[in-house]
Design a protein around this ligand. Structure first.
Ligand SMILES: Nc1ncnc2c1ncn2[C@@H]1O[C@H](COP(=O)(O)OP(=O)(O)OP(=O)(O)O)[C@@H](O)[C@H]1O
Length: 613
């Protein structure tokens, strides 16, 4: 059931399915952009006041900067001649004005950076929380097709790219853009002819920037996809380290990882290649503009049509105009990277759970589950894949223990996933005490039906906390009683800190059998009406097996149970055995009846018994 990256993502045309695509069609590209913008709008909405303040500050700081060359022109053309006439006041005033503008610009710029950083950090925190909440909210179907590595790269490298942009890039982009606009306005007001020169020079600069934009957008998407693939491979190898080492896959995984690393390097090199043409191109255009402005302005100064001071200011403005363009180019990288990241994150956030909470949940009859299960002509397929269960019709009376056995791929785990409502039936219905599970509030369903999985997952924390997951408000006495009931109490007491032992620390490590007993204790404490148990396939040593079997018997007591059984001893304690093949129940009866018969179970049982001798 392990999901792979290239597994087709079904019925999700516009969302996470697109996040690995580098070249999107126009329509899809626009849809993705709209989705990102909507998310950005959502994230920024709570900060409108702070944003307005930041905007005011950045305007003030830019005005401070743009005032400089203007004052230089005034100083050269008015104040210096006035000095020659014996009046020093204009020069002193212009000097003071220059200083004041510089101080105002500096102070406002500092305040702007701080204000922007506060907004950026708040937005990032919000986004981080949203991504985490969303990944927990999404149904199992999503997690089985979207590899954990991809989710990890959403939460790490994508959010990191956004952080980089928001931390410094964005403030830079905004102030650069504003500086360009104000510089152009200042120049045009001072001398419109020079304004025309600049406007003409802006055309090739604009074309170059558009080219850069297009190319880098494509390469940044490639880079992010390559980086996500690298992370996926890494996570997959690390989580499957046992299998990697057991099958001596190291050379293969190393080669694959190396290849993905090369792809990532190539993607980065392409980006630098584009940068390497964009930056010098802009510098060249900038310098040519200065030369043109000097040539045009110089002639006019000679003709007396332009004052020297104005020419000096014009040159300063022309030079300054292209500085932010270069900066913009640099920020644009961070911006591209962040846009690509935002597209992916917004794709993840746009995912809808396939298993949805009912709008108007129905109560269970009597307010409490009795545990009668009915699979009413259930048909099931994963997405648009092949039909796994063609027509399963089954009633399990309350309190019955049913062992499900069958060949691999027969659909046993699928039945478990339907009863626990990790998936919904494609047709037909699963009913608990006569109520369709789709009509039950998930809180009621989770209280009534508990699944104990093969891996018996232990979270970091103490043994006590791990058992208490079954019922978080349980007292210490109840936790101990649950552990005692399933036979876990003794070994817990032998651990270094008893119930307070950290399961991840040295000395807190538990064996496979103990792990199962702890998960039984957890389920016992939850006390559900229906228990679904995917029995671990790994075989235990005999004492461990006996211990687990005894724990299991206590746990089952008089609840309804569906056990995907891998052990003969488990099947023997069941009230009823279902033998499944290709999604159908081919045999159904008590263990004794089936053993006595001639069917598949009798053969399976004989083979099993022989293997034990
Ligand atoms: N998440 C999934 N997406 C698509 N197909 C799936 C998924 N999970 C299982 N299947 C397919 O559904 C069929 C039934 O799988 P299921 O896991 O229910 O079998 P099983 O009887 O529990 O097998 P095993 O004993 O090996 O665990 C298989 O053909 C499997 O390939």
């Amino acid at each position: 059931m392990t999901a792979t990256t290239d597994q087709p993502t079904r019925h999700r045309p516009t969302d996470a399915a697109t996040d690995d695509a580098t070249l999107l069609g126009k329509e899809a590209s626009r849809a993705v952009r709209r989705r990102s913008m909507r998310l950005l709008g959502d994230l920024l909405r709570p900060h409108t006041k702070a944003l307005a303040w930041a905007a005011l500050l950045v305007v003030a700081s830019t005005l401070g900067q743009v005032a400089g060359p203007w004052l230089v022109a005034v100083a050269i053309d008015r104040a210096v001649p006035a000095l020659a006439d014996g009046s020093g006041t204009p020069l002193a005033l212009t000097g003071a004005g220059y200083l004041a503008a510089a101080v105002l610009g500096g102070v406002a710029a500092g305040a702007y950076v701080r204000a922007a950083a506060r907004i950026a950090q708040a937005v990032l925190l919000d986004l981080r929380r949203r991504v985490f909440r969303q990944t927990q909210r999404l149904s199992l179907e999503f997690h089985e097709s979207y590899t954990s590595g991809r989710i990890i790269s959403r939460q790490t490298s994508d959010l990191e790219a956004l952080r980089e942009l928001l931390d410094g890039g964005l403030t830079g982009v905004v102030s650069s853009l504003l500086l360009m606009v104000f510089t152009f306005a200042g120049l045009a007001l001072l001398d419109w002819r020079s304004g025309v020169v600049l406007a003409v020079a802006f055309v090739p600069a604009w074309l170059l920037t558009r080219w850069f934009q297009r190319m880098s957008q494509r390469y940044y998407r490639e880079q992010r996809t390559a980086s996500a693939r690298l992370i996926v491979k890494f996570v997959e190898t690390m989580t499957g380290m046992r299998a990697v080492q057991a099958f001596r896959r190291q050379p293969t995984t190393e080669a694959e990882y190396g290849r993905l690393g090369e792809d990532y390097r190539d993607a980065n090199l392409q980006i630098f290649g584009v940068n390497g043409r964009f930056q010098p191109g802009l510098i060249l255009i900038g310098n040519l503009t200065v030369v043109a402005a000097l040539a045009v302005g110089g002639w006019r100064v000679l003709d007396g049509a332009l004052e020297v001071g104005v020419l000096a200011a014009v040159l300063l403005y022309c030079k300054r105009f292209f500085q932010p363009v270069q900066q913009l180019g640099m920020f644009y990288n961070a911006f591209q990277s962040a846009t690509a990241a935002l597209e992916k994150v917004s794709g993840l956030l746009a995912e809808e759970p396939t298993v949805v909470e009912p709008a108007r949940p129905l109560p269970l009859p009597g307010g409490r589950a009795r545990g009668e299960l009915r699979l009413d002509h259930v048909r099931f397929q994963y997405g648009d894949g092949p039909v796994v269960l063609p027509d399963l019709d089954l009633t399990i009376p309350a309190g019955q223990t049913v062992a499900v056995v069958g060949t691999t791929g027969a659909g046993k785990s699928t039945v478990a996933k339907l009863v626990t409502r990790f998936y919904d039936a494609s047709a037909g219905a699963v009913r608990l005490d006569g109520v369709d599970v789709r009509d039950l509030a998930s809180a009621d369903l989770r209280r009534a039906v508990v699944m104990v999985t093969q891996e018996a997952y232990l979270f970091s924390g103490s043994v006590r906390e791990n058992i208490a997951l079954g019922r978080p408000d349980a007292t210490q006495a109840e936790i101990e009683a649950a552990a005692r009931a399933v036979g876990a109490h003794e070994f817990v007491l032998e651990m270094p800190d008893g119930y307070d032992t950290d399961v991840n620390k040295r000395g807190g490590r538990v064996s496979a059998g103990q792990r199962q007993l702890l998960s039984f204790a957890r389920a016992f404490l939850a006390d559900p009406a229906v228990l679904v148990l995917d029995e671990a396939t790994s075989s235990l040593d005999m004492p461990g097996e006996r211990l687990v079997q005894r724990g299991l018997q206590t746990l089952l007591a008089d609840r309804t149970a569906i056990i995907i059984a891998h052990r003969l001893s488990t099947v023997a304690i069941a009230d009823r055995v279902l033998v499944m093949e290709h999604g159908r129940v081919v045999e159904d009866g008590t263990p004794e009846e089936l053993v006595a018969g001639e069917g598949r179970y009798a053969r399976l049982h004989a083979a099993w018994r022989d293997s034990l001798v």
